[in-house]
Design a protein around this ligand. Structure first.
Ligand code: HPA
Length: 294
């Protein structure tokens, strides 16, 4: 990317609003594998494919069809990124986080990030859900590398509470009330695209991970840099390599993700209904609007 993130996002917002009208939603979501069904439930829907949004990277992975969808869901105004790009597709870390920066640029206060992951904790089963309590970045990369733009956030952002404490507690409480198998755990992000070796899975377990996946962490780093609140949710589509006696393939991951979709969407719906009111970050948003001619 040759222009600044602020300028790129400003151009993206201008193009989006020219095509689908004003977007004013304090709640954003980034949906991973298999959760496109949530976007279909949005009413008063206005949608735009990523390839019609300037600067937004587009995904090449099956199950990650990319579009921005806004409208009303569970009684709230939402803006949803249905489909994401991954570092393993060859996108730079700063391109991978352009979508979450776009959400922040639109004024989003709280973002829900979902993914599919392999279970590393031996107490977990395929099909369980996990609320991210924390993460370990093993991607050997960061979207914040390079000159820091202080309009986005500080040079050295704090990551002590990357995942919002209240939202985590709310999600666990609601999940358990609904009888779902939902855990709270640490997500280790690797680069992929090869699944881990059994030795790597043993390593991430020793390091303190409960699940392993290939996404989410760049977006969460960028979201926290910009001061957004984050709720992270994993669908544990499989036991990580070496833990099941079998081998791994993407079709099975997609199949389990599909089967767990209803539970995951139901959980997110109940959490969204129970969340406290959110306020649009108007001042943050104003930074992305084209300066008016003097
Ligand atoms: N490893 C990494 N990423 C994944 C996995 C896994 O086992 N399952 C789904 N995404």
């Amino acid at each position: 990317m040759t222009i600044s993130a602020i300028a790129a996002i400003g151009e993206a917002i201008t193009a989006i609003e020219a095509q689908i009208g004003p977007v004013r939603a304090p709640l954003g979501m980034i949906l991973g594998s298999g959760l496109g069904g949530l976007a279909d439930q949005i009413t008063h829907q206005r949608a735009l494919p990523y390839d019609q949004i300037p600067h937004l990277p587009t995904s090449s992975v099956a199950g990650h069809a990319g579009q921005l969808v806004c409208g009303t869901w569970q009684g709230r105004e939402v803006v949803v990124l249905s489909g994401r790009v991954h570092s393993y597709e060859g996108h730079s870390a700063s391109d991978v986080v352009l979508p979450v920066r776009l959400l922040a640029g639109l004024g989003v206060h709280t973002v829900i990030v979902t993914n599919a992951a392999g279970a590393v904790n031996p107490d977990y089963q395929a099909g369980d859900l996990m609320v991210l309590s924390d993460h370990i970045n093993l991607q050997a990369n960061s979207p914040l590398i390079g000159a820091n733009d202080a309009r986005l956030g500080p040079r050295f952002p704090d990551m002590t509470e990357a995942y919002d404490k209240e939202l985590r507690a709310l999600t666990l409480q609601i999940g358990r009330k609904h009888g779902l198998r939902v855990h709270e755990g640490v997500y280790a992000a690797v680069l992929g695209p090869a699944y881990e070796t059994p030795a790597e899975v043993r390593m991430v377990r020793i390091l303190g991970a409960d699940a392993v996946g290939m996404s989410t962490v760049p977006e969460v780093i960028a979201a926290r840099h910009m001061g957004m609140a984050v709720l992270g949710l994993s669908c544990l589509t499989n036991l990580a390599a070496g833990l099941s006696g079998g081998t791994l393939n993407h079709d099975e991951v997609k199949e389990v993700a599909g089967g767990a979709t209803a539970g995951m969407i139901g959980l997110i719906a109940a959490v969204v209904r129970a969340m406290p009111p959110l306020t649009l970050r108007a001042a943050f948003r104003a930074q992305f609007e084209a300066p008016s001619a003097l």
